[in-house]
Design a protein around this ligand. Structure first.
Ligand code: GLU
Length: 291
């Protein structure tokens, strides 16, 4: 029998808070209960927002909590060549295109459409979908702009990708924290429009790096917060067009702040380091989050 493989995959762009503690400890609990493996992955592709100090804080907090993981830890910023190879394939297969519109241009384009009485579609996070006008740019024009050093991002042509797959997509979601049963969830990647899969300077995006790494690391069970539930549709589509295996998913409840809102990395009083400095123990943290 193959071992189940879980992972905790924080981004070092802020301090860990109670929500991260819940996710990390739930992964640990499930790995232990099933005799599986637990991996730690540092998701630091955003080289402007991620810092070595935040990364050191992650290790400090996780060790303090009593988390153990298999070495080596995969640090995404050390694997840009892996992502570049996958991106090159998507470019060759014409499943991505260079999108040149700046944020201001996107805003103006959408405002203009809406002025004419047309509601512009939004993604599940409420962000307007990218107006896919660049898709029609002739190849020579694309090449000219890239050669002139224009700013652009590689976006997935979601319609082309869906057509390539040629069937409805679903993922297997566990129904409860004990992973006792699964149900199929419709993947709706088109709800996100043409998402960014890489940038001019960075050959990947969150979605691309996650699916490449989950496959490379043999992750069988993705256990992460409910906030990533609908993004899973995009990741299923990428897995399918790249021929990668699909893990099963469990999107766990979010730990909410005293005001009932989702915790953020700037929420100092639920930060693990702040709690530790205020005298809390790992057992206190477990009690606070109910694990
Ligand atoms: N790095 C992501 C985050 O910190 C989590 C990615 C995932 O679990 O798929 O929100």
């Amino acid at each position: 029998m193959t071992l189940l493989t879980f992972r905790f995959a924080p981004s070092p762009n802020g301090e860990l808070h109670l929500g991260h503690a819940y996710s990390a400890l739930l992964n640990q609990k499930l790995a232990r209960a099933t005799g599986g493996r637990l991996l730690l992955r540092i998701e630091d592709i955003d080289t402007t927002r991620c810092t070595p100090e935040f990364e050191a804080g992650i290790f400090r907090d996780l060790r303090w909590l009593g988390l153990g993981w298999e070495e080596p830890v995969r640090r995404q910023s050390e694997h840009f060549a892996d992502y570049q190879a996958v991106l090159d394939r998507l470019i060759r297969e014409e499943l991505v295109y260079p999108a040149f519109m700046s944020r201001g241009e996107i805003r103006a384009f959408i405002a203009d459409r809406e002025k004419r009485g047309r509601d512009w579609p939004r993604d599940p996070d409420g962000v307007p979908l990218y107006p896919a006008v660049d898709k029609a740019l002739p190849m020579r024009e694309r090449q000219r702009r890239i050669a002139e050093n224009a700013h652009f991002a590689w976006r997935l042509d979601v319609n082309a990708a869906m057509a390539r797959v040629g069937k409805n997509l679903a993922w297997m979601e566990f129904s409860d924290e004990m992973l006792s049963a699964t149900h199929a969830v419709d993947a709706r990647p088109q709800d996100w429009g043409d998402v960014i899969v890489a940038r001019r300077e960075i050959p990947t995006s969150y979605h691309l790096a996650v699916v490449v790494d989950d496959a490379l690391q043999g992750v069988s069970h993705v256990v992460r917060g409910q906030d990533l539930y609908s993004a899973t549709g995009v990741q299923r589509l990428l897995q399918e067009i790249l021929g990668l295996p699909q893990p099963s998913y469990f999107h766990h409840r979010l730990v909410l702040g005293p005001d009932g809102r989702k915790l953020s990395k700037s929420f100092a009083d639920t930060g693990l380091a702040a709690l530790r400095e205020a005298g809390a123990s790992p057992a206190d943290v477990r009690r606070l989050i109910g694990i």
